[in-house]
Design a protein around this ligand. Sequence first.
Ligand SMILES: [Zn+2]
Length: 261
Amino acid sequence: MAELEVRVVSERRDGLLLELGRVVNEYGHVLVRQRWLQEEQGACLTLVLRGPPDRQPALEEALGLHPRVLRFESTRSLPAGHAVDSVAAAMVAEPVAHAAGSAGSSDAGPSLPSGADVARVERMLPGLAKDYPRIFPWLINLEYAVSAEVRDASLYLAGKRTGSWIFKRDFSLGARLALVDAIRRIALPALRVLVTVEQHEHQLHVRGCPLCQPGAPSGGRFFTGFLEGLLAESADTPHVVVRETRCHSLGAPVCVFDVSP
Ligand SMILES: [Zn+2]
């Protein structure tokens, strides 16, 4: 595995990461980090990618020729850590085919949302747990690795699994709490590790969510699942439901998550 840093300039930012992500995935690479800059000529996006060195030249060519890319530069380097590398290698080695069949299988259980790419989410979770709380590259990779129809359900499932794992890891010793207290004492501190967040009674306001970029599809389903996973066993209500009622990807200043019993 080797790392490749690419810098592209595009006219607009809308959906660019998702479109380039598909190309990155097609050439067996995963996204490690991304950074945006606004320049005079347009939006400038720097991506650090990891994948098999023999596929780098073809990937560089495909990105350089992409219709949305106005300017393209790249730098190759070898990663320092081999441990992280093996996780990335496991992700890369997976076939691109979608495990659509597993979504409806009986062993998926009644609590799983229909349509999620369960197999792919399951494969991703050990790596995500290892890198926690630096999980956004994993989720962005998931977003473009699955087909558009199962994207929301897959993000939701990943969120729910992550939320219940964090609850068990960090919070499981306390008694059940009134919903508003569970939000304050469990959901808020857990979310704060990942994003900038404020609580307003039964709402959580997330600022600058990395999964909800303006013009791109919302990634808020990850957080609805994450919050439900955290609160399912901590609040004194049997069914906590979380909905994203406003989203930065649709132009709202913050993403708003509404928690109801
Ligand atoms: Zn959002």
